[in-house]
Design a protein around this ligand. Structure first.
Ligand SMILES: Nc1nc2c(ncn2[C@@H]2O[C@H](COP(=O)(O)OP(=O)(O)OP(=O)(O)O)[C@@H](O)[C@H]2O)c(=O)[nH]1
Ligand SMILES: [Mg+2]
Ligand SMILES: [Zn+2]
Length: 310
């Protein structure tokens, strides 16, 4: 019997089995785990084989099917350790607030890069619109970011979980797909899910005023079926998005704004750092490529260098 992992606590896994029943299962000792060197060998979204053990009769996870894709990141706690956020996804829903808490474009671009490597589409959702004055500095910054990402063909939504605005558009995006919610702690992932399906009644929490950051309210990733079709994975907030397993030359191939220019660089293997006649750098000077994208690109290359040095 097959099943899909809905939740993982590390010692047991909640599996929705083909017979329609949800079971909390352990993993049989002999299971061949993927050699990804991750802190969690089984992730939410994994398809597993469940069977009854001949001796005891306790049902256990006996095998994991190969993953169609997954979102992986560098664990911030342990250098070199990697953590799979979820697998077998149709899309990522990246939740952003520019204030309360602040999401940096570096975080956004790392998430986009990791998703692009597995061809997982990302929808950008700017939440907490009720807190934002469009004429304020942050309001104008948000509009500039939205325009920039839309120009690269990303789908961008604006929502307020508090006032239930933009929820229909989010439903249209989530319908009949398996989505993973990603974002810092406190951006409103669980709140938005509650807005999508009030019967979920997920725990959400007040942001600590002192740090203007959420204290992690969701502690384990969990997949929920949506009443209008599809599934969504609520996950604990993440602070950093360390990219893993990239070649430096690969990074720009996933950046749509760089792609128009890379072919015009003097050197075919240009890293767009200090090489002569770099068309990407010229595009930054002329304003075709945003400076913050160029800065993020270089920080990602630095991360890759540092990761290799471990
Ligand atoms: N004003 C306003 N507050 C919101 C909105 N969405 C969420 N919040 C508040 O933000 C706080 C954090 O929301 P959560 O839904 O718990 O955030 P989360 O992303 O699930 O956080 P973690 O589970 O820790 O990762 C709560 O106090 C929510 O009420 C919104 O659209 N507007
Ligand atoms: Mg949450
Ligand atoms: Zn170049």
């Amino acid at each position: 019997m097959k099943g899909v992992v809905q939740k993982s606590t590390g010692s047991w896994y909640r599996v929705l089995c083909d017979d329609g029943l949800t079971r909390d299962l352990r993993v049989a000792g002999k299971v061949r785990l993927y050699e990804l060197d991750t802190t969690n060998p089984i992730a939410v979204g994994d398809e597993v084989t469940v069977s009854t053990r001949a001796n005891g009769g306790e049902k256990m996870i006996e095998d994991i099917s190969p993953r169609r894709n997954y979102i992986i990141r560098q664990s911030p706690k342990k250098r070199g350790a990697r953590h799979i956020l979820a697998s077998n996804l149709d899309q990522v829903i990246l939740l952003i607030t520019l204030a309360h808490p602040r999401t940096s474009t570096g975080f956004i671009d790392r998430c986009l890069l990791t998703s692009a490597a597995y061809h997982i589409p990302v929808v950008l959702v700017f939440n907490k619109q009720d807190l934002l004055d469009p004429d304020s500095k942050i309001g104008r910054k948000q509009q500039a970011l939205i325009d920039y990402y839309r120009a690269m063909d990303y789908e961008v939504l604006e929502t307020s979980a508090m006032e239930s605005t933009g929820i229909q558009a989010l439903e249209d995006v989530a319908k009949d797909k398996r989505s993973l919610l990603i974002g810092h702690s406190g951006v409103g992932k669980s709140s938005l899910l509650n807005a999508l399906d009030p019967s979920l009644d997920l725990r959400t929490k007040e942001i600590s005023k002192k740090y203007s950051k959420g204290v992690h309210t969701t502690t384990f990733a969990e997949m929920f079926p949506l009443p209008f079709g599809g599934e969504i994975i609520d996950a604990p907030g993440i602070k950093e998005f360390g990219v893993v397993d990239f070649d430096k030359g690969e990074v720009s191939t996933h950046m749509a704004d760089f792609m128009h220019h890379v072919d015009h660089c003097k050197f075919a293997n240009c890293f767009h750092c200090n090489e002569p006649n770099c068309a990407v750098y010229k595009a930054v000077l002329s304003g075709d490529i945003a400076e913050w994208r160029y800065i993020n690109y270089h920080r990602i290359l630095q991360d890759i260098d540092e990761a290799k040095a471990w």
